[in-house]
Design a protein around this ligand. Structure first.
Ligand code: BG6
Ligand code: MG
Length: 214
């Protein structure tokens, strides 16, 4: 396989597995409980954004202000609901094409990284049975700045020992694509080209991921 890249760094939620749907469901219930408007279009702004950042975006649309203690309780409630939803996940919950993509990258001799701002990333990887397929995992515990800041992709590249310009990043969120591009990498968007307009190429699903296309 001829490729100019030395590493591929994948996002988790919405790229490897459909946990983006579970985050949506959990945030929707939380937003309804505080009378904040919430729909799929608004949810796009939350994808790739960490837990408290997402909560702040939701509460900015709620009819009243919330104390820091109340905010922590709301974030905990959302996370408990999310953890209930992921508790039954199995390797069957890998998105179609995701495993094949990981195998293609591995067989091409490239390093494989994971960049997720989720504090549940390792739990999800373990439920899917794929933790050992990654040379490095950067999650919320390692970084200070959530996506769209480039820190998480830059940290993954540094851990892999690969220069950012030799990395391909794969993301389903606008904030994630911004993080990849501002890290100086090539970005693959998975989803809607109108949302992921900063990506170098957008594919409708991981079934369409081919290393040779980049
Ligand atoms: C990202 C998701 O991967 O992780 C966001 O795209 C989510 O929707 C964020 O809010 C934080 O996840 P967690 O599991 O730490 O609440
Ligand atoms: Mg994602």
């Amino acid at each position: 396989m001829n490729t100019r890249f030395k590493a591929v760094i994948f996002d988790l939620d919405g790229v490897i597995t459909d946990t983006a749907r579970y985050h949506y469901l959990a945030w929707k219930r939380l937003a309804d409980s505080v009378d904040a408007p919430f729909d799929e279009a608004f949810n796009e702004q939350l994808k790739g954004v960490d837990r408290m950042g997402s909560l702040d975006l939701i509460l900015a649309r709620a009819p009243r202000a919330w104390t820091p203690e109340e905010k922590l309780a709301l974030a905990d409630a959302k996370n408990r609901h999310y953890q209930e939803l992921i508790a039954t996940m199995t390797p069957d919950d890998l998105l179609p094409g995701a495993l094949r993509a990981l195998e293609e990258v591995r067989n091409a001799g490239l390093k494989i990284g994971l960049a997720s701002v989720s504090k549940n990333a390792f739990t999800v990887l373990d439920r899917l049975g794929i933790r050992n397929r990654f040379d490095d995992v950067v999650d919320a515990a390692t970084i200070r700045n959530s996506k769209p800041h480039p820190e998480i992709f830059l940290t993954a590249a540094a851990h892999l020992g690969v220069a950012p310009q030799d990395c391909l990043g794969v993301e389903d969120a606008a904030a994630g694509v911004a993080s990849i591009k501002d890290a100086g990498m090539v970005a693959v968007g998975v989803g809607d080209p109108a949302v992921l307009y900063r990506a170098d190429r957008v594919i409708p699903s991981m079934l369409h991921f081919r290393l040779a296309d980049y």
